[in-house]
Design a protein around this ligand. Sequence first.
Ligand code: IMP
Length: 201
Amino acid sequence: RPNSYRESVNKIILATQNAHKLEELRSVLPKGWEVQTAFDAGIRGELPETGSTLEENAFQKAMYLWNHCGIPSLADDSGLQVAGLSGAPGVHSAMYAGPERSDQANRSLLLANLVGAADRAATFRTVLAWATLEGIQLYEGVVHGQITHDERGEYGFGYDRIFVPNEGDGRTFAEMLPEEKVAMSHRSRAVRAWLTGLERS
Ligand code: IMP
């Protein structure tokens, strides 16, 4: 018999289809786990995401996967909260500039809305929801930083080109190698919190 829940899990479903996020998640998961996406598991179309908080959205997606597949499911919802914009784009980060979900348009709009702003502080936050037979647990990861005046870097996705973490060396997330970003990203911090939770269960 396995010693912990973590050892007994061998197959999980991830709610995300975003290749960058999948890669970031897979790089910190325990070895030997079989990871499927919702699509791999036969789910077609968008997962429900109608909440007004990251917590609600992650919860909805994980619950939906668990109900439809009966396999432990991990859903993430992330957002960028900018102090000078009263916390926007927050839960609306993906569609900040419109339903096309264009990373480029989102970054351009954010920079335009911050022109002349004295406060450029921002926080990336990820909420993970883990759905199993035992119920749903939520985990969080955050990284604090500043929004740049211009785009810098080629790596990553989303708002990476305009976000400089406070604990870094002044580079944006998009100027860091993937493993450098993973070392301090909101997403990998949330994953570590989840893994710690699994060890305890
Ligand atoms: P989602 O709802 O978790 O897919 O993410 C919401 C929005 O935040 C999307 O526009 C992403 O591009 C952006 N986002 C989430 N995580 C990151 C990140 O690690 N770097 C840059 N942008 C991110």
